[in-house]
Design a protein around this ligand. Structure first.
Ligand SMILES: [Zn+2]
Ligand SMILES: [Zn+2]
Length: 311
């Protein structure tokens, strides 16, 4: 099957005049997953034999796609998640452990992912995942709660990636349902570098191409929503005076890092106007040398990549 050019829906050309910049852009989730899996496999092929992790991630994204196709979140199941989402007037809320425990969808998603992926993993990694999949909901909720509270070191690194994918599948569908039904306004304002819908950190920035050429959006690490942010403005402190751009060698590189000299945060930016195939999560993994370089200079990443949590 040939995938569309982008998971972002093209603008409606039948609307006359200049269209306003959308505050939020929701992905077409099935296309996002298909393109991300394809990108991971493509990068894996280029990596010449360092098989393993990228291929594993491609299978994880396939499992997210299968869940979406065969067992999508229902409007009823979305209610407890929708209640936590931000709408511009109210900030999004992080779910408490008690709430996480009552939302069965992400827990079932985690069990499905573990069942699907276990055979691909070395025994010790697979055992950790299977142990957690069989644990009480309270144990699962406690681990998820640590990740959402950004205590990444409290969860085993191999478990985190699968657990986050399960939470993400649930939150991404809940946001799509809420905005689709207009339960929450589509004009949510971002709070710092965090997602205006769910409050999770950004995974990175995108400069779009096509009919939104040059516009910058941040992409949520949890619900996959993109929210608009004016370029050359720090996403953490909103400073504009000391913004710098860094790349490896070429100045027209499709991946660059934006640093802020005021608050010393940095954000990785994926220029789809230079390479439309870039996927924030997949391509971030292939450019981590750039992170090391900036971290040596004292900058701190403002977001996270859920394929590679900070230790
Ligand atoms: Zn979000
Ligand atoms: Zn700043």
């Amino acid at each position: 099957m040939k995938l569309p050019f982008s998971d972002i829906t093209p603008l409606d050309k039948s609307v006359p005049g200049v269209q306003a910049i959308e505050a939020l852009i929701l992905p077409r989730l099935s296309i996002l997953y298909a393109k991300r899996a394809e990108r991971l496999r493509g990068l894996n092929a280029q990596a010449h034999g360092e098989v393993g992790y990228l291929e594993f991630l491609a299978h994880l994204v396939d499992a997210q796609a299968a869940l979406l196709a065969n067992n999508p979140l229902t409007a009823q199941q979305a209610i407890p998640v929708s209640a936590l989402l931000g709408d511009g007037a109210t900030k999004p809320e992080r779910p408490s452990m008690a709430v996480l425990q009552t939302i069965a969808y992400w827990q079932e998603a985690f069990k499905f992912f573990v069942q699907t992926l276990s055979p691909l993993l070395p025994e010790n990694s697979s055992e950790k995942l299977r142990d957690l999949a069989q644990a009480e909901p309270s144990v699962l909720a406690e681990q998820a709660s640590q990740l959402l509270a950004r205590n990444y070191s409290a969860v085993d690194a191999g478990v985190s990636v699968v657990l986050w994918a399960a939470l993400s599948s649930c939150w991404a569908q809940a946001v799509a349902l809420a905005i689709g039904q207009d339960l929450k306004a589509g004009s949510a304002e971002s709070h710092g570098a965090n997602c205006p819908c769910c409050g999770a950190p950004a995974a990175g920035g995108l400069v779009l191409t096509g009919d939104r050429e040059g516009l910058r959006y941040l992409q949520c690490s949890l619900c996959e929503t993109r929210w608009h942010k004016v370029r050359a403005t720090c996403t953490t402190c909103h400073g504009t005076q000391n913004i710098d751009y860094w790349t490896f060698e070429k100045t027209d590189s499709p991946i660059q890092i934006e640093t802020c000299g005021d608050c010393h945060s940095y954000l990785k930016i994926f220029r789809q106007d230079r390479d439309p195939h870039l996927d924030v999560l997949a391509d971030d993994l292939m450019s981590q040398g750039l992170d090391e370089l900036l971290e040596e200079q004292g900058f701190v990443r403002s977001g996270i990549n859920p394929f590679s949590f900070p230790a």
